[in-house]
Design a protein. Sequence first.
Length: 295
Amino acid sequence: MLNKYLEYLQFEKRYSPHTITSYRKDLEDFSHFYLKTEASEDISKADKKVIRNFIVELSENNISKRSINRKLSSLRSFYLFLLKIGDIKVSPTESISSLKFYAEKQIPISQEEMQALSDGVLTDQPDILEKCIIEVLYQTGMRKAELCGLMFEHVNIGENELKVIGKGNKERFIPVSKELSGLLKSYLAIRRPHNEYKTYFFINKKGKKLNEKFVYVVVNKYLSLVTTKEKRSPHILRHSFATHVLDNGAEISKVKKILGHSSLASTQVYTNANIEQLKKVFNQAHPRASKKEEL
């Protein structure tokens, strides 16, 4: 049944391989627990008590609340699938709530630090691929997996535009600056034509699709040169992009589209650090606020 569910995620929901791997891992962890405690491999027969015991064991093993909630979310999705195909009548996760926790605040790389990176280290960087990784992530806000999976045919240098396939195989278009288009063009000039070079835009020295771990290592290496902040990952570049464009007056609805968020609430996370900027925009744009200023 697990394989049938994973096929459903792949072919009907059209989830990315990375997402499907995460679901598989979460459900296999629960399957091992179920076999250990219930002497059975049929997790479709699990009840609420077993789910709760699983959560307790994860907590006792010092698994973070965020990770526990992700596993619980995977279980909810699995049992909703079983409900959909009629294998069960009630989901064992129905009345089980996610664990409450305070999300760790993400501190973006400052605009000054990014400028120092662009004007200093990257200017003298002979490796165009590594330079592209940093600039594309920061200037487009795309995810690490999206950069690795960027298709060759989806890069339109002439129109200064990228087509990105995001979560759930949703497509979005991201405009890029002429400077970034120029950098991408320079990368094309040194790109080696073999293996997957006609499929993926960014490839390694063997001509294959970039590995996400490699992208993380590159980002961490360069950010370490300009900041002492603890978070130095591809995601923090995405976070920094969103924060900086909102700081500079971009409309949140447009930022939402560029980031590929399904809801405005996801984008609003990046406004928390920009409350003073939002107050300034409000005072300049709101009719009542403007009238008050005139009095």
